[in-house]
Design a protein around this ligand. Sequence first.
Ligand code: AHR
Length: 322
Amino acid sequence: MSKLGKLAAALAMATVMGAPAFAQDGMVVGFSQVGSESGWRAAETAVTRQEAEKRGIDLKFADAQQKQENQIKAIRSFVAQGVDAILLAPVVATGWDDVLEEAKEAEIPVILLDRNIETSDDDLYLTAVTSDQVHEGKVAGDYLVGQVGSKPCNVVELQGTTGSSPAIARKKGFEEAIAGHDNVKLTRSQTGDFTRTKGKEVMESFIKAENGGKDICAVYAHNDDMAVGAIQAIKEAGLKPGSDIMVVSIDAVPDIFAAMAAGEANATVELTPNMAGPAFDALEAYKKDGTEPKKWIQTESKLYTQADDPKAVMESKKGLGY
Ligand code: AHR
């Protein structure tokens, strides 16, 4: 049935049943997810499923296994199926215009989740539910600068997926924070692709290149999973993570609180896995009466340190997709 036909049938049904004309029951939403590279990502998937179920939304889930071409295929398939909306967590920032234009032509609104895109036409998506990723990097950098004071500190960086908005922005924010603090230097920086395994591998190579790790004062990881991998590498090198080498990262997943409770990680910046709640709220309002959401629905970026009772915070996270 055509979109217009569907709408006419829904209106007729709503009139018969005395329900509001634009009731949202039965909305079908396609979700193109990046993959399952991190604990945070798995939690976001779980929360999105929960939120959809709670609202009676039929969620069509597609795992892109970290590949943009899979996401493009998934979006095209959602368009062909005539879904009511598409959620897209874009693996990288560029290269979306053509496929989003196809969704726009089919009048299917697209909502970006947790990562941004670079486009010259902001009308290609309805809204983006993301954190301020530059700010996240800045919060992490400010914390580190505050901790080291005037002591010299060589920092190594584990970047997220190359070309992804959090990798670009978290690097920028951190560099802004340490600029003007000549004692804090970024000495090595490489991608660990947001995974625990690659985070560990890259940290091992940093340790090898930096006098067995003795010349490293801190590791800044763009997510907690890479930080957990780095912690393993530090321990295997016979050093103490959290004290010999400080560990600062982003996400606030339970595993990093366990590491903080053990004194092996120093701080993390929280990223909520519940991007779908605000996204569905915006979508439902838009579908109901055309309410245009803000172009950017910003989530919070709270800093947690060892002083924040990591065990209690870890417990409080249960049920949030973790
Ligand atoms: O886009 C959000 C980032 O993606 C999370 O920080 C990271 O864990 C995930 O892979």
